[in-house]
Unconditional design. Structure first.
Length: 279
């Protein structure tokens, strides 16, 4: 493996044209910009096409249960704060099955970065509505249209005062890489919600659809202005702002009292007593 590609090159199981390819490029570009060696990086993921992403990057990986990427990432960060910890999964995994953990991570402001592949559909399970599917959208399992309002993750994160909230687009790799790097640098919980096409099961939100609507936030936007951040977070339709919506100066959660667990030696006397109890 060459020194120029420390994060590896892998054959994937994604559909040709999937936005996941671009997101992977943005992630590795961000890690390269940050100068992070693979052994100091941990990715946690759940279940789904997006959750396969860490399998295709040469770093430490925890592939957990559906919706459980954030609890695993939280445990890793608290046990060894010296590691750079990211959670990467899809909109269904992160905001549906993992919705409660998403809210808890924001409240704690744990110092991890969540990269969510938001294609507004469940891709691995073949096209049913996800939490971010627009109300009324007809899918394979909602033939009369999705009955519920779409979940707006960036608006929720801004409202709850998350550490860092950004919206990116998989069709703008350079910009997305910058957002991911900025999220990793920010102390506290960072959400990078990535708009991406699903070429197999979402025929509405295509690359052309996003490119016609997405625009980068300029210097006029102040990410420390919470009302302005919420206004931009709620803007989604004919115009979709991408960039850093909000940054907070809330202190990050941790470290644990007594120091990192990963650096502690176990009390072997206590361990021996415990094992003796099973004899």
């Amino acid at each position: 493996m060459s020194a120029a590609t420390p994060y590896g090159e892998f054959e994937t199981a994604w559909c040709p044209g999937c936005g996941n390819f671009s997101i992977r490029k943005a992630v590795t570009a961000a890690l390269t910009e940050l100068g992070l060696p693979p052994h100091q990086v941990v990715f946690s993921s759940g279940i789904g096409q997006a959750a396969k992403a860490p399998h295709y990057i040469r770093v430490n990986v925890i592939n957990g249960l559906h919706g459980r990427s954030l609890p695993a990432a939280t445990g890793v960060k608290l046990a060894n704060p010296g590691l750079t910890v990211l959670a990467e999964s899809g909109d269904g995994c992160s905001y549906g099955e993992g919705g409660n953990h998403f809210l808890a991570a924001i409240r704690r402001n744990i110092d991890i970065t969540a990269i969510v592949h938001n294609n507004q559909i469940y891709g691995l399970t073949k096209g049913q509505a996800s939490p971010t599917t627009p109300q009324g959208r007809i899918t394979k399992t909602q033939p009369h249209g999705a009955p519920s309002m779409a979940f707006n993750p960036v608006a929720v994160a801004v409202t709850m005062g998350a550490g860092f909230v950004a919206r990116g687009f998989s069709g703008d790799i350079e910009h997305l890489a910058g957002l991911i790097a900025a999220g990793v640098r920010h102390p506290g919980f960072a959400l990078i919600d990535v708009l991406q096409p699903c070429v197999s099961f979402n025929k509405t939100n295509t690359y052309a659809w996003y490119k016609e609507r997405c625009f980068r936030l300029g210097d006029a936007h102040d990410p420390a202005d919470r009302p302005a951040a919420l206004e931009k977070a709620l803007e989604f339709g004919d115009r979709i702002p991408i960039g850093i919506l909000w940054k907070s100066d809330r202190p990050a959660f941790g470290p644990l009292p007594g120091g990192p667990l990963a650096l502690k030696e176990p009390d072997r006397g206590v361990l021996a007593d415990i094992l003796a109890g099973y004899a």
